[in-house]
Design a binder for this molecule. Structure first.
Ligand code: PRP
Ligand code: ZN
Length: 305
């Protein structure tokens, strides 16, 4: 049984582009789990955290209603629901945020864009005055059109938006684009970007019991560590002492390096440094030109900021 008082519940997408990456993130945070037979719940074995696998569209409401403490969904879904909830009649003040966005994660990047029939007359959002736009994001699109003073009719679709223009149901669409394959396959041309999206971590707006809050803080810290590690490298090299300043400049996002003496060498030292950005071949070549030798770049396994 799920224990509401003490166990954190986190909702993630059941099947889709964020599913495996979200499970992977939680595993890298140290969570070991067993899936229920219907695959819809994963029970944490070594941390008081259980995962609910649900439709991504349902995640914001599960967090708002405090059924789940945390949720991971694309910013596109999060923002659409946020605008929808704020517009609901029982939210009279219109001020109460339904959930808190606590992190933008480092996966699930895509964009919500307008798209127009290729070879047609419409080639900008300005041209949509008096025309129809099909989308599954009516709130985001409506908001965008209002802010740009464009008077277009928003037609809500529940899916397969890309076929709307071909069927004569709309003049343009506004939909998620990742690789662009779907647009291409439907003879649509990408237009203005409405929203840059990526996986987003939500938390309940309510206070949680202390024990849970503790674990939540730990999980967040581990998530930050996992994201940092994916970019970080541990670099070791030998270098002349006079080149230390230049070497630091060449290494983006590095903290104070460890400098160690080298046996029987007076003017050369060993330099160890954690670099928080990806290290490219060009950087190594520049380090070498600066006088470094024996340069080693190693992946970082874990990191606590
Ligand atoms: C989005 C969007 C397109 C597709 C675009 O759907 O609605 O169908 O992805 O990706 P592409 O540019 O790589 O072709 P998604 O897979 O997120 O499914 P959903 O809309 O059912 O959630
Ligand atoms: Zn979806």
């Amino acid at each position: 049984m799920i224990d509401k008082q003490h166990r954190i519940k986190i909702a993630i997408q059941k099947s889709g582009r964020l599913t495996d990456l979200s499970l992977d993130l939680l595993q890298r945070c140290g969570l070991k789990y067993t899936r229920s037979r219907d695959q819809l719940i994963a029970f944490g074995e070594n941390m008081p955290i259980d995962i609910l696998l649900v439709r991504d569209d349902d995640i914001p409401a599960l967090v708002r209603d405090d059924v789940c403490d945390l949720g991971i969904a694309g910013l596109n879904v999060v923002e659409e629901k946020r605008l929808r909830f704020l517009d609901e009649p029982d939210n009279e003040s219109g001020m109460e945020e339904p959930f808190e966005i606590v992190r933008q994660l480092d996966y699930g990047q895509c964009r919500l864009c307008f798209a127009y029939p290729a070879g047609g007359e419409i080639n900008s959002v300005q041209a949509l005055n008096g025309l129809r736009v099909a989308t599954t994001y009516p709130y985001i699109v409506g908001d965008y059109l209002r802010r740009h003073s464009i008077d277009a009719e928003v037609i809500e679709f529940s899916g397969a938006v890309e076929i709307a223009p071909g069927m004569g149901r709309a003049d343009a669409i506004c939909d998620l684009v990742s690789t662009g394959t779907t647009l291409l396959a439907n003879s649509l041309r990408e237009g203005e970007v409405v929203l840059e999206s990526r996986a987003t971590l939500l938390r309940t707006p309510l206070e949680v019991p202390a024990e849970k809050a503790d674990w939540m803080a730990r999980l967040l810290q581990r998530i930050d560590g996992v994201m940092q590690v994916r970019e970080s490298k541990y670099i070791m090299m030998h270098a002349p002492k006079y080149a230390l300043a230049e070497i630091r400049n060449l290494l983006p996002g590095s903290e104070a390096p460890t400098v160690l003496p080298l046996d029987s060498l007076d003017n050369r030292v060993a330099v160890h440094v954690v670099c928080r950005e990806n290290v490219f071949w060009e950087t190594l070549e520049n380090l070498k030109s600066a006088g470094a030798s024996s340069i080693l770049v190693m992946p970082v396994e874990k990191m606590l900021p």
